[in-house]
Ligand binder design. Structure first.
Ligand SMILES: [Zn+2]
Length: 655
């Protein structure tokens, strides 16, 4: 609806790209916005906030470099509710410049055309007003407890231009300084390092923060609220927690793991935490969390004692998710929104790595099993690829595909690839193909087939497996069929999200026998194929298709109850156990199935296996949804797992 240049450019590109496949559009950067200048730095000065009228006064000084000869007009995104009072050259504001307004666009005409690669600077004075909740949210107490008067910003996807003029697309990074003049009782939290905090004669104070390293403009953030400041540190870098004064006591316990998470992420990526500080600030009516660079914003719902009996969603996912974005999203940023899974997929993947590192393999499995449950629900509603405009599954499928890539490459090659990706695109932008190139550079392996199947196309393989043992020939024969169907239709632009008829992947099969296990890695390359195990001297005691659960998949595999019971007792992988439990639960008349489930319920080495209720679907933290931007919760209710409260949850390790 917004008549900005961006939308017009995207419309034009979409029409021209009508005949292209999704892969062609994404790989050819069809969704990247053109711009004829390089935004370098903005000083954003905001004051005179009025909660009743949701207005404020703004002054923004912009420095930019021309990317074409004779740049005679600068097109900025600026919400139409911003009333531009004047535009002047430079910082001092003596020479007025002509400007025009077109909806959410502001065009500034420099005094003379700017030469190619020359710098120009101008200052915009304006009276700001927002449609409350768009760009800025003004919160009033309404007489409710735990709800101080406050303001918070939310830029992602393209809402920051609703409170200050800028280039509101992720492909032009800048540095900035944000100065906010606010009431004496309020803190003003923003990105980067604190420059000053000065008292003014009128009882207000002006707080200036400076973001010294360039990043995307959607990450510019401001929170104004009466907040307590709790200080922590990681290797000398300030780690700050800003919460309501009444939450001070419980906040320390909640956020105390943050420095350790920073440490683990720094080690895994090989990129030490890159920003001047890391602040986490809680606000009211927030949808979840937002990874504003070095200054994450979080919902003010802090977990209570009851939540700590299980894993509080806040600690288990929200904090490590937003922290992961400081590398994936803020340091290396998607070039356009069609590649947003590069931000969200990694942010969703990394908490599982953290908990795996702290609590062991089962904790990681448990984390990704939730992602699997979420993904299957989303895919069933609408099947979309990871890399696509407005893709609906960038969180869980992103996490699962990255985990699959990790399993395929092995940890050394996987983390080396990510290090290459973050290094090559440090403080810059990246596309899905840049990640593929990083893997190629770090490992020498071209995974174009993997990207084609898992990034640009949609769906997942659904395997139907049948096993037959020939006791005379001592052979076990597996028939593996891929049964996924592609029912997608093209939209009005000709775009169709295809599902591969064949997912080509290596898979490991484990055959248990009385003489020991036989494992084989098999390349799946056809819609239907036969795998023969020779020299299986004794009848199998179990057959595990995709040992270790390395492939994102659906599985149908009819087996004797004895095989399933053996697998449930022996298989360390939680997805595999979960699958087996569901098979056994469907055999109510089979006493052997009941005995196997009972044995797992009391003796399994992980609490979720013990607590699994075969008759109920797995409903957990996955009841969270994501609506926009980053992490969102579906309701302002405690996000406890639905697990039995008597199941002993491991205590997360904190510093
Ligand atoms: Zn996120």
């Amino acid at each position: 609806m917004r008549l900005s240049l961006a939308v017009c450019v995207l419309c034009g590109l979409a029409l021209r790209a009508a005949a292209q496949s999704n892969a062609e559009r994404v790989a050819n950067d069809a969704y990247t916005r053109s711009h004829d200048y390089d935004l370098v730095h903005q000083v954003i000065d905001v004051r005179d906030f009025d909660w009743d009228s949701t207005t404020f006064t703004g002054r923004v000084t912009t420095s930019l470099v021309a990317l074409r000869p004779g740049l005679d007009s600068v097109i900025l995104d600026a919400g139409q509710l911003l009333t531009i009072r004047k535009v002047t050259a430079g910082i001092t504001g003596t020479t007025s410049l002509r400007f025009t307004r077109h909806g959410d666009t502001l065009v500034v005409y420099p005094a003379k055309p700017v030469a190619f690669h020359d710098t120009t600077r101008f200052t915009i004075d304006y009276r700001g007003r927002v449609d409350n909740g768009k760009g800025l949210t003004f919160i009033v107490p309404e007489g409710r407890p735990h709800r101080p008067q406050q303001i918070w910003s939310q830029g992602e996807d393209m809402n920051n231009h609703l409170w200050f003029p800028t280039h509101d697309f992720p492909n032009d990074k800048m540095t900035w300084e944000l100065r906010a003049t606010v009431p004496a009782v309020d803190a003003a939290v923003s990105n980067g390092r604190l420059v000053f905090d000065r008292k003014n004669p009128d009882g207000t104070h002006t707080v200036a923060w400076r973001q010294d390293l360039p990043t995307a403009t959607y990450l510019v953030s401001l929170v104004v609220a009466p907040l307590a400041h709790l200080s922590d540190a990681w290797r000398g870098i300030p780690v700050d927690y800003y919460v309501y004064h009444e939450d001070s006591a419980i906040a320390r316990r909640l956020f105390a793991a943050t420095p350790d998470m920073i440490d683990v992420y720094s080690r895994l990526t090989g990129i030490p935490y890159p920003w001047a500080k890391y602040a986490q600030t809680t606000v009211a009516d927030f949808f979840g969390g937002m990874e504003n660079v070095s200054a994450t914003t979080l919902v003010d719902w802090l977990p209570d004692e009851r939540a700590y009996r299980d894993r509080p969603w806040y600690l288990w996912i929200l904090i490590p998710h937003e922290l992961a974005h400081q590398w994936f999203g803020d340091y290396t940023t998607t070039e356009n929104w069609a590649n947003m899974w590069l931000n969200e997929g990694f942010a969703e993947f990394m908490p599982g790595q953290y908990w795996g590192a702290k609590l062991g393999r089962h904790a990681a499995d448990d984390y990704y099993l939730d992602e699997y449950t979420q993904f299957m629900g989303i895919d069933a509603r609408r099947r979309m690829p990871l890399a696509a405009r407005a893709s609906n599954n960038i969180y869980p499928k992103g996490a699962l595909v990255l985990r699959m890539l990790q399993r395929y490459l092995g940890p050394e090659r996987f983390w080396a690839s990510l290090h290459t990706y973050l290094t090559r695109h440090a403080l810059g932008n990246a596309t899905s193909d840049d990640l593929r190139q990083a893997v190629l550079e770090a490992t020498g392996e071209n995974l174009d087939w993997f990207w084609d199947e898992w990034v640009y196309q949609a769906g997942y393989p659904e395997f139907a497996v049948a096993a037959a043992y020939d006791s005379t020939g001592k052979k076990l024969t597996l028939t593996v069929t891929q049964t996924q169907v592609d029912t997608a239709k093209a939209d009005s632009t000709g775009l169709r999200f295809a599902t591969p008829a064949v997912f080509r992947m290596p898979v490991t099969v484990r055959v248990g026998t009385s003489a020991g296990d036989v494992t084989r890695r098999v390349a799946l390359t056809a819609r239907e194929q036969t795998i023969v195990f020779d020299r299986v001297a004794a009848p199998p005691t179990m057959v595990v298709f995709d040992d270790g659960n390395a492939v994102l998949k659906g599985l149908t595999f009819e087996q004797p109850t004895a095989w399933l019971a053996t697998q449930l007792a022996r298989d360390p992988d939680l997805w595999n156990r979960f699958w087996v439990i569901r098979q056994l639960a469907g055999r109510g008349a089979d006493s052997a199935a009941g005995r196997a489930l009972a044995a797992a319920a009391t003796g399994a080495d992980y609490f979720t296996t013990r607590a699994s209720e075969p008759s109920s679907s797995r409903t957990t933290r996955a009841s969270s949804i994501r609506s926009k931007g980053c992490w969102a919760i579906s309701a302002p209710l405690p996000m406890h797992s639905a697990r039995s409260p008597t199941a002993a949850a491991p205590t997360p390790s904190t510093r």
